[in-house]
Design a protein around this ligand. Sequence first.
Ligand SMILES: [Zn+2]
Length: 277
Amino acid sequence: MAVSGETTTSPAADTTVRVSAPAGLTVLMTGDQSEPGPADADGRRTWTSREPVARDVSVAAGQFTTAERTTPDGVRVTTGALAGAEPAADELADATVAAIDDLTAFLGPFPYGTLTVPQLPDYGGGIEYPSSILQASPSEEVLVHEVAHMWFYGMVGNSQFRDPWLDEAFATWAEAVVHPTSAEGLDRALGVVGDVGAAMDDFRTWQQYAARVYGKGGAALLAAREAVGEDAFDAAIRCYVDAAAWTVATPDVVAAALADLPGALEVLEEAGALDAG
Ligand SMILES: [Zn+2]
């Protein structure tokens, strides 16, 4: 049967990636990557990276122009763009640092020591991997969403089949907290029919999945935040992130973190986020 999104569940593991690529290509991947050695007799260079907490890995090889920044907290950001790409590598690097800064302000420290972001042609979205993002959209809102996945999916793992809302609703919520225009897009999403907390086999179409998990899920988290106040809600979410870090989380862990905020629990229960599974 066709399913509408990712369905993997992966534990975090200390991972080393070694990639051999033609000397003309630049590799951007998961983990703290070192400069490649010189080209061998076949004209190839070997790139190596290490990520101590990788659930999956991403490797992109291309004729990238790269830009590098270090955040105030010491996270090394490397972006890459093909000739003529929008945005260019420098602009993408600045936007990525801004996204990390905006998200760190309410989610807590960025989970990884490094982040690579190759800019791909516009396919209307992005795909998150541990400490790497395949950014296939020029949108800064999409970039914030993908960077938010470093917390929700990267650090706080989940079964993307059983509890898809634990990564997608939380990333949509975080994007909406940073970008008011994204929040406006969720205005009426609480009225969508069906449980936010459903598993992937409950959605007949991609539209249903997106409306309920991203839309209604993101809107429910925003409404829960509004119900109890942003400071209390964000503090509870940081407790959730801390409690579930580097594990495969379940909705019970969200509920436990919000136990002292019944107003927030009520909103999430009403949306079918907590007791649908
Ligand atoms: Zn997402």
